[in-house]
Design a protein around this ligand. Structure first.
Ligand code: SAH
Length: 242
């Protein structure tokens, strides 16, 4: 019976999206990869493949679905934002992640960046300060098949010491300096990518590479991220919004 309906649907020229099989945003996503990523300086085939695969529209409010593949950031819950796809791809490319390497993300937000990382390695850890966002992102990631990503609610300034060292750390919120705990949790040769606040509200995306006791800094480009919030140590419930 099901195959009869399918044959009928095909005969009538009903597209598979109309019968619920395909992703209605597939074409928009491929266009985004060509125009905004490959059209700029994203060249790593694994990063391009990850960006072509992860359904960004499932990480934003359904009403924003039609905008999900635009070349701009989008609002998510808790007054936070999900970065422009190009910036997600750029940070991932600079992290130079090999399969099996251990990656920490600070600032889970919607879980989108974590899902992109999960296409490159099965060792993804992500920390989010706002407990509701952490919970929602963990549930969303599991629902979409990225259940290997481990999400926890807490203060990213402290990193995830029980899982250190990491081959790569991506911080998706801006701070005036690199949190010392994150530097300490980098493996030898490890890379930390994060937006650093400079002056007058400007931010620069940087990469820090650990070489023995030395850290090499490279500047990538100017960016704009939400702040990495320092929770008040006097408050007993770390991460709760006021
Ligand atoms: N990477 C996310 C977007 C991040 S927005 C995505 O792909 O959707 C930045 C996130 O950092 C916000 O969710 C914010 O709540 C979180 N954040 C801010 N300060 C933090 C801290 N100290 N520790 C952990 N997360 C923090």
């Amino acid at each position: 019976m099901a195959s009869l309906i399918l044959l009928l649907a095909i005969g009538l020229g009903v597209t598979s999206s109309a019968i619920g099989n395909t992703d209605p945003y597939e074409a928009a996503r491929q266009r985004m990869v060509e125009r905004d990523l490959r059209g700029r300086d994203i060249t790593d085939p694994w990063v391009l493949a990850a960006m072509a695969r992860v359904p960004r529209h499932r990480f934003v409010d359904p009403s924003l679905g039609p905008l999900a593949y635009g070349d701009f950031p989008l609002p998510i819950a808790g007054g936070q934002t999900i970065s422009q796809p190009y910036i997600v791809a750029l940070m991932t490319q600079w992290a130079e992640i090999q399969a099996g390497q251990k990656v920490l993300e600070v600032g889970t937000g919607s879980g989108y960046q974590a899902a992109v990382l999960a296409c490159l390695t099965d060792q993804v850890y992500s920390i989010e300060l706002i407990p509701e966002l952490a919970q929602d992102a963990a549930a969303r990631l599991a629902r979409l098949g990225y259940s290997q990503v481990r999400v926890r609610s807490g203060d990213g300034y402290q990193g995830w010491p029980e899982q250190a060292p990491f081959d790569a750390i991506l911080v998706t919120a801006a701070a005036p300096e690199i949190p010392p705990a994150l530097k300490n949790q980098l493996r030898e040769g490890g890379r930390l990518i994060m937006p650093l606040k400079t002056f007058g509200g400007f931010q620069t995306l940087i990469r820090l590479t650990r070489q023995g006791n030395r850290f090499i800094t490279e500047e990538i480009c100017a960016v704009r991220f939400v702040p990495l919030v320092k929770p008040d140590p006097k408050k007993s419930k770390i991460g709760q919004r006021p």
